[in-house]
Design a protein around this ligand. Structure first.
Ligand SMILES: [Fe+2]
Length: 362
């Protein structure tokens, strides 16, 4: 069985070739024997082919196990839920703690108890119950104007200081990246202080939240704001963007500051989020799936993540890419992502309560 990149598939089984292009949901009519062909593993991936291709090629080379992939930007978790027991998915790859726990909440994951995964992935970056595992981290940082911002240090709390009035660009408060950040603020400072903080940040916005993380950096470049909030790897995506060279200029206009989060009154770390994986609840190739998951957490795969996508490997023993190193060292907030996950709903409610997405003037 083979999936193509656009989500369609071809079925080849027992000498019978079904060459017509079928939708993925059609696989639900395939017999269990069809999906249990030896030496395969099926991945549903929100992560893009340029990143996963080298990972899967290296895995196949090492194990002989063929990797079939369905890529999509949306709807994979819903598809797994709809396919139920007949889902061909073995492993789901995604980004953000919200999507990892979302897969668990939708009932499409099963736990893995693996000493190898426990040894490879720090405790803060995996589910205590084994339902999800982080593979990379990304810090949510401040991109500050090189020309207009003199300071080289900042805290998240400071983003609510009136001195930044009209100077902050930020995407929707409801985006998963910001929900996790706000959840981390609640975890560290309590709900009341986090609400006050969010109101302060809203008052400091230069404009109504819209666009993605890179659009906020463009805002700094164009002079709309002095500070933009975004994830670290976007710096690499802009700095290396040969197809859209204007993004290199956006990146060149900013310096990357790692904001700190106070911990028990002491200066603490920078908020990080995850990309990660879950084992599908009805994984037809469970043993191969666990082999793939173990591989993705291995130093070899972690190095590929670091070099290809300029994320931070969860493995503390794998070096950051040279480019990532050039942005400087930082200490990550040590709050377990599982704790952040529990506060996501509250964070989302705060976004509504404060009217954050209505922008600064309402
Ligand atoms: Fe992203």
């Amino acid at each position: 069985m083979r999936f193509s990149a656009n989500g369609s598939l071809r079925l080849r089984w027992a000498g019978l070739t079904l060459a017509g292009i079928l939708t993925v949901t059609t696989v639900t009519i395939a017999s269990p024997q069809t999906v249990q062909a030896a030496g395969e593993v099926n991945v549903y991936s929100y992560r893009q082919p340029y990143l996963t291709k080298p990972l899967f090629e290296a895995f196949t080379k090492q194990t002989g196990i063929k990797v079939n992939v369905v890529f999509a930007k949306k709807g994979l978790i819903e598809r797994m839920a709809a396919e139920g027991r007949n889902s061909p998915a073995d492993v789901l790859l995604t980004t953000d703690i919200g999507r990892l726990t979302g897969a668990v909440e939708k009932g499409v994951a099963q736990p893995v108890q693996s000493e190898a995964l426990k040894a490879a992935i720090p405790e803060a970056y995996r589910d205590p119950n084994g339902y999800w595992f982080g593979l990379t981290t990304r810090a949510r940082v401040v991109f500050a104007s090189k020309d207009r911002v003199k300071q080289d240090k900042i805290s998240y709390l400071e983003l609510a200081d009136p001195k930044w009035k009209g100077k902050i660009c930020m995407r929707s408060g409801h985006h998963v990246y910001n929900v996790a950040l706000i959840a981390a603020m609640i975890a560290h400072y309590g709900e009341a202080k986090a609400e006050q903080w969010l109101r302060g940040v809203k008052a400091n916005l230069a404009r109504k939240p819209s666009g993605n993380d890179r659009a906020q950096v463009k805002g700094v470049y164009s002079g709309a704001c002095d500070l933009a909030i975004g994830n670290t790897y976007y710096m690499a995506k802009m700095q290396l963007n040969d197809k859209k060279p204007e993004q290199k200029q956006w990146a060149a206009a900013v310096k990357l500051l790692f904001p700190t989060m106070s911990q028990n009154g002491r200066p603490g770390g920078t908020h990080v989020n995850l990309s990660g994986m879950v084992l599908a609840k009805y994984a037809p190739h469970k043993a191969n799936a666990i082999k793939l998951m173990t591989y993705l957490a291995s130093p070899q795969a972690q190095k590929i993540y670091a070099e290809v996508n300029h994320e931070y490997p969860v493995s503390p023993n794998v070096k950051w890419s040279k480019l990532v190193q050039s942005w400087g060292q930082f200490t990550a907030d040590d709050l377990p992502l599982a704790e952040i996950a529990k506060l996501r709903k509250k964070a989302s409610e705060l976004v509504d309560k404060t009217g954050f997405n209505r922008g600064p003037s309402s």
